[in-house]
Design a protein around this ligand. Structure first.
Ligand SMILES: Cc1cc2nc3c(=O)[nH]c(=O)nc-3n(C[C@H](O)[C@H](O)[C@H](O)COP(=O)(O)O)c2cc1C
Length: 202
């Protein structure tokens, strides 16, 4: 049964361009797959563990091959549970606003928590080996203005996807959402059409 992990990272909810287009994508994708399932992970409503103390020590214990203390093991169990939601997915859909040329800090927090050795990748002297190969990533990226500086939104998620072993990625951009209601509506409409067309292929 195809399974999609939908990662929502805009706090604008009803007004959000990335969420609007992501929902269009999900509806179209579900219409193609009679028995598909969707797991929604809203980074603004999901408790994300702080990555210090026992969680940080649990990471380094794993890298050094040292047994984790009970406190570290408990912290690691919470991280493993979140990472498992990525492992279970066939498609990982990111709906992501551009914030200061990159991604919102809550999404970065999620990525920093789940991107762990032996959960999403392994590494040895030959380098990184992603464990999510065979999955697909879809990025629906909203931006207020036309891009005139370095892009750290899609580029960052592409680097992350490659690290975890995913090389099949599709991007849909909704640009100029801050340039007035008409421009915003046009941009959303074009991106929604692209989302429906993409969903038909996945
Ligand atoms: C904190 C913050 C930072 C932003 N930084 C940028 C930026 O660097 N470049 C840009 O084009 N738009 C920027 N914007 C505008 C958003 O990208 C735009 O409103 C977009 O539509 C947000 O996606 P959403 O509608 O899905 O929330 C920023 C908005 C916020 C709230």
């Amino acid at each position: 049964m195809p399974h999609l992990l939908y990662i929502e990272s805009s706090p604008r909810k009803q007004r959000s361009a990335s969420i609007e287009v992501a929902r269009t994508f999900i509806d179209a994708w579900q219409a193609q797959h009679a028995i598909a399932t969707v797991d929604t992970l809203d980074v603004w409503n999901t408790p994300l563990p702080e990555f210090d103390g026992a969680a940080l020590d649990a990471k380094y214990a794993g890298i050094q091959g040292i047994e984790r203390t009970p406190e570290q093991a408990q912290a690691w169990a919470q991280i493993t549970e979140l990472a498992q939601r990525f492992v279970s997915a066939d498609i990982i859909l990111f709906a992501v606003p551009m914030w200061n040329f990159g991604i919102p800090y809550k999404l970065k927090h999620l990525i920093d928590v789940v991107s762990q050795k032996d959960l999403l990748f392994t590494f040895d002297e030959r380098g990184l080996n992603g464990l999510l190969d065979g999955r697909k990533v879809v990025v629906i990226a909203a931006r207020g203005a036309p891009l005139d500086r370095a892009e750290h939104q899609i580029a960052y998620l592409t680097t992350w996807a490659e690290m975890v072993g995913i090389d099949e990625q599709y991007n849909i951009v909704i640009e100029k959402t801050l340039l007035g209601p008409e421009v915003d509506a046009e941009s959303r409409s074009a991106a929604s059409k692209a989302a429906v067309a993409l969903a038909a292929t996945l």
